[in-house]
Ligand binder design. Structure first.
Ligand code: ATP
Length: 231
């Protein structure tokens, strides 16, 4: 299964947020999206997910668009956290997993193993709003992966986490890749991308300014020149 973007452009009125972006992400690969605030990363993810229509170009996954009928195959961790704060953690995750095609027993089994692994305390009794921000983020990650998606889209998954939790999430991301998932994630930080990704794209004002195999990019540019500029 390959995610393919061909000459994708998104305009909001006269403003171009994403400009002629082309890329391919095969299965078992982690693709990194780097860019400063406003570079167009979230807009790209929303187009991939079908939440926004592109103005030009085409997006396909396994030769098809990601519509309602494929949504159970996709996991998404949005940048703005999307959990219901007043709902209990366990009820919420099981509810979301069922919407994505899992049965309750299967969802609970998966959930227990993720919560145990991520060391989220007292989840059975607590509402989401009662957890720390870091634990809420881990819950959001679990929500994106519980139903075992084939394509996983992570919008700044490591922001706001302490180094121990960043490592925990990174290990999980690598294991999911090894199990066959295609993963794309965004970050402001080159070191996350260097550690995890085979391929990357740096967006600057919506344009892909550097794009391709990480090792080759490092060979041709050198480490210093692939920093993400604020402007
Ligand atoms: P960040 O790292 O801050 O999340 P980003 O790379 O994800 O940034 P986007 O959220 O994709 O950036 O935004 C790209 C640009 O498109 C920004 O200038 C933003 O203001 C603009 N933009 C995004 N959504 C809309 C919208 N619905 N209407 C108008 N402009 C928009």
């Amino acid at each position: 299964m390959t995610l393919r973007l061909e000459s994708v452009t998104k305009r909001f009125g006269s403003f171009t947020a994403v400009d002629q972006l082309s890329l391919e992400i095969p299965e078992k690969q982690i693709f990194g999206f780097l860019g400063a605030n406003g570079a167009g990363k979230t807009t790209t993810f929303r187009m991939i997910l079908g939440l926004l229509d592109q103005t030009e170009g085409s997006i396909s996954w396994n030769g098809d668009s990601i519509g309602y009928d494929q949504s159970h195959l996709v996991g998404y961790l949005p940048e703005e956290r999307g959990l219901y704060p007043k709902m209990k953690v366990r009820d919420q995750l099981v509810y979301l997993a069922k919407l994505r095609g899992m049965d309750k027993a299967g969802a609970l089994k998966e959930l227990d193993s993720w919560l145990d692994r991520f060391k989220v305390p007292d989840y059975k009794l607590k509402k989401v709003e009662e957890l720390s921000k870091g634990n809420q983020q881990k819950i959001q990650f679990i929500s994106a992966v519980l139903h075992k998606p084939k394509l996983l889209i992570l919008d700044e998954p490591f922001s706001g986490l302490d180094p121990v939790n960043v490592e925990m999430l990174k290990r999980a991301v690598v294991e999911l890749k090894e199990a066959g998932t295609s993963i794309v994630f965004s970050s402001h930080r080159m070191e996350h991308v260097e550690e995890l990704c085979e391929n990357l794209c740096i967006l600057h004002h919506g344009k892909p300014v550097v794009h391709g195999d990480l090792k080759e990019i490092k060979r041709s540019f050198g480490r210093k020149n692939i920093r993400v500029k604020a402007d």
